[in-house]
Write a protein that binds this ligand. Structure first.
Ligand SMILES: Cc1cc2nc3c(=O)[nH]c(=O)nc-3n(C[C@H](O)[C@H](O)[C@H](O)COP(=O)(O)O)c2cc1C
Length: 191
């Protein structure tokens, strides 16, 4: 089996909970992002936009948006909840926000642009994991928050967050999770 197939057949996400922030090499991050934007994209419309949240921005956004918006939506939040929100992004070395930005086109439907945006997320995830980093694709509550959408360059009226790809270090390999049985999800038509 070639290395790429073997990797794709066995790779796993490491949850943000289980990862540590460490050093992400700039050349690795650039490679990961280059893979992220090299995706099938009908009409080459680039209907997506990436924002890399790293260094101090992880805590600034935690304080200014995650904690503040969490309290607005959960007035009963405890100090512990608020601290968790402030520090949420600090679990990763970098968090890549992937925004779906639909483009108006006479023939290419928005659905296909959404699919391309999902491919961006997958490529970032897989590229980061292939370099040995812990990585996870999350949406959680703040993907649906207007202030967060604006912070990462989106317009809440039209754009949607496809997710945040957390990239960090892992202490141990994640265990396998439940996978589908081939016969339940794949059909072969031969005639
Ligand atoms: C669009 C999308 C959003 C997700 N959002 C969450 C989330 O908010 N919380 C969560 O625990 N897992 C979420 N997940 C799932 C995790 O990334 C999960 O760890 C992953 O499916 C594990 O799969 P893997 O080991 O095959 O990479 C999401 C997955 C996708 C595709």
């Amino acid at each position: 089996m070639n290395n790429l197939i073997n990797f794709l057949k066995t790779r796993r996400s490491t949850t943000a909970k289980a990862m540590n922030a460490g050093h992400i090499k700039e050349s690795d991050l650039n490679d990961i992002l280059a893979c992220g934007i090299r995706v099938p994209d009908h009409g080459a419309l680039n209907p997506w936009y990436l924002t890399v949240i790293k260094d101090n921005a992880r805590f600034r956004i935690g304080k200014e948006i995650l904690a503040t918006e969490y309290v607005l939506n959960n007035p009963e939040a405890t100090e512990e909840d608020i601290d968790f929100e402030k520090n949420r992004f600090l679990r990763a070395s970098a968090v890549v926000a992937v925004l779906f930005k639909p483009v108006s086109h006479p023939k290419i439907p928005s659905w296909e642009m959404e699919l391309s945006t999902g491919a961006v997320c997958s490529n970032i995830l897989v590229a980061a994991q292939s370099l040995g980093y812990a990585a996870q694709w999350l949406t959680e509550w703040y993907s649906y928050n207007e202030r967060m959408i604006k912070e990462v360059g989106g317009k809440p009226e039209t754009d949607k967050l496809a997710g945040f790809i957390y990239i960090g270090n892992k202490e141990k390999e994640p265990v396998e999770r439940r996978r589908p049985k081939i016969e339940n999800v794949i059909n072969f038509l031969t005639e």
